[in-house]
Design a binder for this molecule. Structure first.
Ligand code: HEC
Length: 85
């Protein structure tokens, strides 16, 4: 019984972490879908490092990005989730 519980807890933990990392970009994708704003592929083509990506997000003059610019940590996590180093 304890083994089963441990297994379930581990699963919940791992899945929770995975969806947490992906959740950030999920939010961005509402706009970053290649129509409203550049999509994932375009971002990867344009920026090489996490720093470049976060800086561009923080300094974007676009009004739609204003709501994203309050929390640099979220942007950093999103950069990591997208595979930027
Ligand atoms: C409400 C819509 C919206 C949301 C949500 C949004 N963005 Fe944006 N974002 C934009 C628009 C519009 C631009 C301007 C696109 C352009 O300049 O071509 C932009 C620009 C950017 C840029 C700069 C692109 C460049 O070429 O300079 C980055 C980086 C970026 N967003 C990252 C993010 C991240 C990361 C998130 C999620 C945490 C996010 N955005 C969420 C609409 C949004």
């Amino acid at each position: 019984m304890r083994k089963v519980m441990a297994l379930i807890l581990t699963l919940v933990f791992v899945l929770g972490l995975a969806s947490f990392a992906a959740a950030d970009w999920e939010k961005c994708k509402a706009c970053h879908n290649g129509k409203v704003a550049p999509d994932e592929a375009a971002m990867k083509a344009k920026f090489k490092t996490a720093d470049e990506f976060v800086k561009a997000a923080m300094t974007s003059p676009n009004a739609m990005m204003k709501s994203q610019q309050g929390d640099e940590e979220v942007l950093k996590k999103t950069a990591a989730a997208l595979g930027f180093k």
